[in-house]
Design a protein around this ligand. Structure first.
Ligand SMILES: [Zn+2]
Length: 340
């Protein structure tokens, strides 16, 4: 049996009204026992500068440690029972000890139940593709891609936060700094993300471009291709879940009547793996490859297409895309939660 992984997040209310998120990841070892994945240990939702003067950091760490130990104990007790490991028959004199242990187990189980209800919460890291200085593609009318990405990412965040399941979701790179692609998933992991979704707007390849005049300026344009596309990396820390998330998004787009573009098929290292849903494997894409969590890059549409650019600026169309992404994330997370 392969190794299993479990993310646990717990929120603790703070005296000044905020919440201190602690989280840890459990993985199974070869013997089937659960242990904590130290690589991902110790994260918290509040900036250190807010936490340290209040002494919250240390307290949060202690709570994290205690919660991890409690939950590990219960999981490993269950794993031991399932594997049929021999247990000592209790002597009469040890009954009070057994009683005390049972009482502790009930307390721990209550703690796990509380943790389990919080576990169903999903924290989506919405990565705003590119930066202010390196804005990505330029639209048919000369608008930088970063501006499209930021607008859509904000709309999606607002939609997710209406649902308690996604209330902890957040944006990566809202200030537009030049955050390296490879470190964006680490930023997301440090803030306890369960899912990484990078938002982009698409371009075409140089030989597909033609020229048009917009507001007296000669601009690049290509009206041959339109539609969204979805990328995942088979080399990231969780490729199966990433593909599953990509499929959820593709299906939700399809149900919303939106069609994918296929112009990336066979270009560079991109491999079209699902023609109906517009899903491509792009294994070496740094922003996906370096993620341990399920990670997908979504191209909302082709801004080099003069018609689609207008559509992508239409609030009705934006809402349709956002609603489909929200539905996809909800369905993906519901399916994933059932597997535990
Ligand atoms: Zn882009």
């Amino acid at each position: 049996m392969g190794s299993r992984r479990l993310s646990i997040c717990r929120d603790f209310s703070l005296p000044f009204g905020g919440a201190n998120l602690i989280g840890f990841e459990l993985v199974t070892a070869a013997d089937g026992r659960w242990r904590e994945d130290q690589r991902l240990a110790r994260y918290t939702a509040l900036p250190t500068m807010v936490m340290q003067p209040l002494g919250v950091n240390r307290e949060g760490d202690m709570d994290r440690r205690r919660s991890a130990d409690q939950i590990l104990k219960v999981y490993n007790t269950v794993a031991q029972k399932r594997s049929g490991a021999p247990r000592k028959r209790p002597c009469v004199w040890s009954l009070p000890i057994v009683g005390a242990v049972l009482f502790m187990a009930i307390l721990l189980a209550a703690g796990v139940a509380a943790g389990a209800s919080q576990f169903r919460e999903c924290r989506v890291a919405i990565d705003i593709g590119h930066s202010l200085r390196d804005p990505g593609a330029i639209s048919a009318r000369g608008v930088p891609e970063y501006r499209f990405n930021r607008h859509m990412a904000r709309l999606l965040l607002a939609r997710l936060q209406q649902d308690p399941m996604f209330r902890g979701s957040f944006l990566v790179n809202e200030t537009g700094e030049a955050v390296p692609l490879a470190s964006r998933p680490a930023v997301a992991a440090a803030r306890g993300a369960n899912v990484f979704l990078s938002i982009h707007h698409d371009s075409v390849y140089p030989e597909q471009l033609s020229k048009w005049v917009y507001q007296g300026r000669l601009m690049d344009v290509c009206d041959l291709f339109s539609g969204h596309s979805i990328f995942f990396s088979a080399k990231n820390g969780n490729p199966e879940a990433s593909l599953q998330l990509a499929k959820s998004i593709g299906n939700a787009m399809r149900r919303a009547g939106l069609r994918p573009t296929l112009h990336h098929a066979g270009r560079g290292n991109k491999v079209l793996v699902d023609r109906q849903l517009g899903i491509y494997a792009f294994d070496n894409l740094a922003v996906l490859k370096n993620a341990d969590m399920p990670a997908v890059l979504f191209e909302c549409g082709v801004i080099k297409n003069s018609q689609e650019e207008v559509k992508l600026c239409d609030p009705g169309h934006q809402q349709r895309l956002v609603e489909a992404l929200y539905t996809a994330l909800k369905e993906y997370w519901a399916g994933k939660s059932r597997n535990f």
